[in-house]
Design a binder for this molecule. Structure first.
Ligand SMILES: [Zn+2]
Length: 137
């Protein structure tokens, strides 16, 4: 276990100090609160006898937050005052997901900038480019 941490720590330090990591942290901060799930409005009957809303078929509006927990779909009732907060959190959740999708290309681009390719199509294209530019001058 100690060797595991011994190997992980320097790598973690190196990755968080990369410009891509710094950009991610900066973009993540204003994304709070964030969540993944879906908010749905449902209409439910109540337990009051002779309720006019239920008798008319209108029933009572309620919000449900649906989300996945440990692979299982779950739902929770949402207090009306929390609806705007959760809507903002859902939008932020989509923003965070988009940021995470951007991280793969950003990390690879960063890696390639510090580790230039020795072989492959990028090197061949670069050789052609430098030949052309040196032929011009
Ligand atoms: Zn009712």
């Amino acid at each position: 276990m100690h060797t595991y941490y011994g190997i992980l720590l320097p790598v973690k330090k190196k990755i968080t100090s990369s410009p891509a990591a710094q950009r991610l942290w900066n973009k993540l901060q204003p994304c709070w609160p964030a969540l993944k799930g879906s908010l749905a409005q449902v209409r439910k009957p109540c337990i009051r006898p002779h309720c006019p809303a239920c008798a008319s078929g209108k029933k009572h509006p309620n919000y449900l937050l649906a989300f996945t927990q440990n692979g299982r779909r779950r739902c929770l009732y949402v207090p009306l005052s929390m609806v705007p907060v959760l809507k903002r959190a859902l939008a932020n959740g989509r923003r965070v997901e988009k940021l995470l999708y951007e991280m793969g290309p950003a990390l690879l681009q960063e890696y390639r900038a510090s580790h230039p390719a020795q072989t492959g199509p990028a090197v061949r294209a670069n050789r052609l480019r430098t030949k052309k530019s040196s032929a011009k001058s």
